[in-house]
Structures are given as structure tokens and as C-alpha cells.
Design a protein around this ligand. Structure first.
Ligand code: NI
Ligand code: MN
Length: 226
């Protein structure tokens, strides 16, 4: 199983013949290492519908037929956009959707969200179980104590954590966040895409590694085995 960083908050997770995309913001993403039409997907998972997360979801799902998972209000909007082209699954916070490859659960994230088309909805984090590993993508969030709850239910292997500040927690709060989450492996995201979210990922990595966790800083386009 592998994970490839597509820049910003976007990741491609591959396990066997299954490909997941999380928050595929490619077009307009200055760090994107690919164009959206090069990406394949079986499932697209969305933390929320801000443009820098929804991204190319509709185009990719129309082209590939990928199933889309998004919180219910956003899912309803996407259902309307996609029609018969793709299935859209619509959990709310706390809900789990299961697949033949594993499952994904929506958990709270402290953030705001209205889609580009104007649909208000609540942002989420994603707990993803695939290939025998559990990955917690925190989405866009501030630091809050309930980040500790998913790890009380499932043994988390990887945490994907926003560190860029301004629109999310910054790298200092992210050090506290990974302590709460409790995963032994940490991948930083949501930084250096635009000037307001420039930060020092190496300093974040050093601070977290001092607590005994492993930090994997991926360059956009870089892939690592999970
Ligand atoms: Ni956002
Ligand atoms: Mn964002």
C-alpha cells in the first residue's frame, strides 16, 4: 500500500487494485504534480467542500465513475452535479461507510465551510481503514481536544495533519494535535501552497520527532509505502 502527496491537502492512497483520492484539489493548486485528467480513482473522499478540497472532484468522478463520499449537505449538491455519472454517499459526522476494501468514518473538525456553489455544511476529518492500516486525515481544523477521540476507538497508524496556520491550526498547535491523535506516524499537509500558509515543515518535524513519533514530510508528487 502506498500514499502519494498531490500537494495541499490532496493524497492518493493505493492498496492493491483500489485507488482512493482525498480532497483532489489539482486545478489551480500551484503545487500539484499532475493534471486532474491524469488521475484515476475508485473512491473520492472529501473532508469538506471549500474549493481547495472539493477541487476537481466533479470532473474526476464524471470521467472515472468514482464513488464520492462527502458530508450529507455537500453530498446532495454533488449528487445533483453528477446525476447518473457516479454514486455519492452521504454520511454525517459519526457515520461510517463500508466498502469491499475497508471503511471511512467522518469525525468532527473545527472549521467552517460553504461550497463554491453556496452549500453550507460542516467540515469533517476522515478516519480511513484500508490495507490493514488506519489513517486519520484531520481535514482543515483548529486544535481541539476531541482530536483524541478517534484513537480511543481505533488503533491509528498515520495522522495527516494541517500545519500551515491562517486557515487551520499552525505548526505549533499541530504538535499538540498529534499528541492528542496518538498515531505513531505523521504526515504534514495544508502548507506552502499559498503565501498565507507558508511554514517550516522541517521545524514541525523536529518538534514532533522529539516526542518519539515519526514524521514523513512528502514533497508534492512524492510517494511512500504505508
Ligand atoms: Ni477549508
Ligand atoms: Mn483548506
Amino acid at each position: 500500500m502506498s500514499i502519494r502527496y498531490l500537494g495541499h491537502s490532496a493524497f492518493q492512497i493505493t492498496s492493491g487494485s483500489t485507488t482512493l483520492l482525498v480532497d483532489p484539489f489539482i486545478t489551480g493548486n500551484p503545487k500539484a504534480p499532475v493534471s486532474a485528467d491524469e488521475l484515476s480513482a475508485d473512491v473520492i473522499l472529501l473532508t469538506h467542500g471549500h474549493g481547495d478540497h472539493l477541487g476537481d472532484t466533479v470532473d474526476i468522478a464524471k470521467r472515472t465513475g468514482a464513488t464520492v463520499v462527502a458530508i450529507v449537505e455537500l453530498a446532495n449538491e454533488l449528487s445533483g452535479s453528477l446525476g447518473d455519472a457516479a454514486t455519492v454517499l452521504d454520511p454525517n459526522l459519526g457515520g461510517t461507510v463500508t466498502f469491499d476494501w475497508g471503511w471511512v468514518r467522518l469525525v468532527p473538525a473545527w472549521h467552517t465551510a460553504v461550497s463554491p456553489a453556496g452549500t453550507p455544511h460542516t467540515p469533517a476529518g476522515l478516519v480511513i481503514s484500508i490495507g490493514g492500516k488506519t489513517i486519520y486525515h484531520l481535514g482543515d481544523t483548529a486544535l481541539f481536544s476531541d482530536l483524541a477521540l478517534p484513537g480511543q476507538r481505533d488503533r491509528l497508524d498515520y495522522a495527516i495533519v494541517p500545519i500551515g496556520g491562517h486557515y487551520t491550526m499552525d505548526r505549533h498547535d499541530a504538535v499538540r494535535a498529534v499528541e492528542l491523535v496518538g498515531a505513531p506516524n505523521v504526515i504534514p499537509a495544508h502548507y506552502d501552497t499559498f503565501p498565507p500558509i507558508e511554514t517550516d515543515a522541517a521545524a514541525f518535524a523536529a518538534d514532533v520527532e522529539a516526542t518519539g513519533r515519526r514524521v514523513i514530510v512528502l514533497q508534492p508528487g512524492e510517494e511512500t509505502n504505508l
